[in-house]
Structures are given as C-alpha cells and as structure tokens.
Design a protein around this ligand. Structure first.
Ligand SMILES: [Zn+2]
Length: 227
C-alpha cells in the first residue's frame, strides 16, 4: 500500500467495462481504476482524483495487515503460534511447540511461512473432509487449497472440493462447518432444506454461527501476510 491513502495504484483499460469504476482490493489494499475501452483516460483519472477522500476512507476501514514475519502471533487452528526468526541457513520452517521457527534469507520468510501454512491447511482440511465424507457416505475425488477472495470453499460436480487455505486461521468450529457444508454438496448440489439438514447432521451443530463469523471476520483473514 502506498503512503498516501488517497492514491490510485493501478489504471487499467478494460475491453468490456461499461463505466469508469474504482475498486479497493480488500486483500491487498490496492486501488484500481478501470476505464472502458472508449472512455477518455484523462477525464477518468481526473474523476478518480476527485474521489481521494473516499479512497482514503475505504482504506482506513480495512482491517490491519498482519506480516508473516518474526514476532507475529498467528491464531492457527485454535492455538497461538509465534513466528520466530532464527540464525542459520535452514530453509525448512519448523514447528516447535507453539513456535514456528524460520531461519534462512529474510526476504523469503513470508513466502516460506505462507507455504508452511498452506501445507498445514491442506493436511487438516483433507483429514476433516475424509471424516465428513465417510459420515455422509460420499466420495470426494480430491481436496485442494487456494486463496480465492470471494469464497471459503467450493465443490465441483467432478467431486473435487477446494478451500481457502485461510480457513486454517479461523476457529476450528468455523473451519469444520465449512468442510461439512462442502461435503454436503456431494449429496445435494443446492442450498435447499435437505442440504442444510445434512450439513447440520454432519457437523453435529447449527452451522449458522460459523457462517456469520466468516462474514464478520473474513476480511481480517484476508489481511494476513499482506504487507
Ligand atoms: Zn454451498
């Protein structure tokens, strides 16, 4: 993020956009100005410059970014993990009790911690998906993790379930409710009453509080590792 909170970070010409628009990316905090193919660039930029107060206000509302760096405490699967920088050249990130030890070059720490978290997310989500799939008596073809902005999980007709790795940073109940939701889609490819009943039965509790937790705190999860 730039130091001037009213700054526009990117200007893109868009072939099919119909109007000039400004958008703040909730993950990166970057502001993009989209200009339709035939619109005047200078006029679009002048318009956007008139919105600097609005941009600054939107940025100020973003949850704080959390660096994946030494000294940061992350809430990971219901436990606090402290990232600790160590001397030496070891490339592997090592979990030692409640500490995540990271040696090696400083400029690769964030990337390696994120890779470790993604791996941990995949392991945990794979195990929980298998647990719920056995309960529901369905087959899940594959489990994958990614970093989508708009959704926490998705289930393809092919049987592949994809999750946001950031679910690892949410409370366990929230994560498990998301897994139960996606596994229930292996039975019902809709959000009808039978689907909701199955999700609650798999989970053993009402998943609604988990959904609302993600609505309230999801933006903050997207700010982790974004510095
Ligand atoms: Zn769904």
């Amino acid at each position: 993020m730039s130091s001037d909170p009213g700054t526009i970070d990117e200007v893109v010409r868009h072939p099919t956009a119909r109007t000039v628009r400004l958008r703040l990316c909730p993950a990166s905090g970057r502001v993009r100005l989209t200009v339709p193919r035939r619109a005047g660039m200078a006029a679009a930029i002048a318009w956007a410059n008139g919105k600097r107060d609005w941009i600054a206000e939107q940025r100020a509302r973003l949850p704080a970014a959390v660096p994946l760096a030494g000294g940061t405490i992350l809430r990971v699967a219901d436990r606090d993990l402290l990232i600790v920088r160590e001397e030496g050249r070891r490339r592997a990130v090592v979990l030692d009790g409640d500490r995540l030890l990271v040696a090696g070059p400083a400029d690769t720490v964030a990337r390696r911690v994120e890779a470790w978290l993604k791996r941990a997310a995949l392991d945990l989500l794979t195990a929980e998906t298998a647990e719920f799939a056995a309960k529901a008596e369905v087959v899940v073809a594959a489990v994958k993790v990614g970093d989508p902005l708009g959704r926490w999980g998705s289930c393809a007709a092919s049987g592949t379930i994809r999750y946001s790795w950031r679910l690892l940073l949410s409370p366990g109940r929230v994560r498990r409710a998301t897994v139960a939701h996606e596994v229930a889609h292996r039975v019902h490819m809709n959000h009808g009453p039978a689907f909701h009943a199955l999700t609650a039965a798999l989970l053993g509790e009402d998943p609604a509080p988990a959904r609302s937790w993600l609505r309230d705190h999801g933006a903050a999860l997207h700010r982790i590792g974004r510095v």
